[in-house]
Design a protein around this ligand. Structure first.
Ligand code: ADP
Ligand code: MG
Length: 140
């Protein structure tokens, strides 16, 4: 299996409830390594750009509002098959449908405020990492 990097966000519901360490423990236990991590306040423009693909969806305004409602932790995760692995560890978008033991099943309260983001493809992982990290910050 190939070593990959994926982009993760611990969303405002995670920082607000002070559970970023608990979520990171699940990430690390799954064999993913946190090779980049920064706590930021996302601007409206950053959130709109990040979720541009969802701009026509009815929940877009709510999503941008939520993502800018408090600090987030942006991360780069590394490991074997990291992109698919992290999607598995996160669980389904709607926590009500997420499998036992996943981050969203364990911690999330709604489909909107669902604690974590993870890239869904190699192409998006690359673009998303580049939106928030300089290459020099996440060099091997
Ligand atoms: P995922 O984060 O699992 O890749 P999507 O890409 O479909 O899910 O959606 C992006 C984000 O938009 C979700 O993580 C969630 O925060 C929000 N979202 C998705 N669907 C809804 C919905 N029906 N109502 C409110 N927010 C939603
Ligand atoms: Mg998505």
């Amino acid at each position: 299996m190939a070593t990959e990097r994926t982009f993760s966000i611990l969303k405002p519901d995670a920082t607000k409830r002070n559970i970023t360490g608990a979520v990171n423990a699940v990430i690390e236990k799954a064999g993913l390594r946190i090779v980049g991590q920064r706590r930021i306040q996302m601007s409206k423009a950053q959130a709109e750009k990040f979720y541009e693909v969802h701009s026509a969806r009815p929940f877009f305004g709510e999503l941008v509002e939520f993502m800018t409602s408090g600090p987030v932790v942006v991360q780069v995760l590394e490991g074997d098959n990291a992109i698919a692995k992290y999607r598995e560890v996160m669980g389904a978008t709607n926590p009500a449908q997420a499998a036992e033991g996943t981050i969203r099943k364990t911690f999330s309260e709604s489909v909107g405020e669902n604690t974590v983001h993870g890239s869904d493809s190699a192409e998006n992982a690359k673009l998303e990492i580049a939106q928030f990290f300089q290459d020099s910050d996440i060099a091997a």
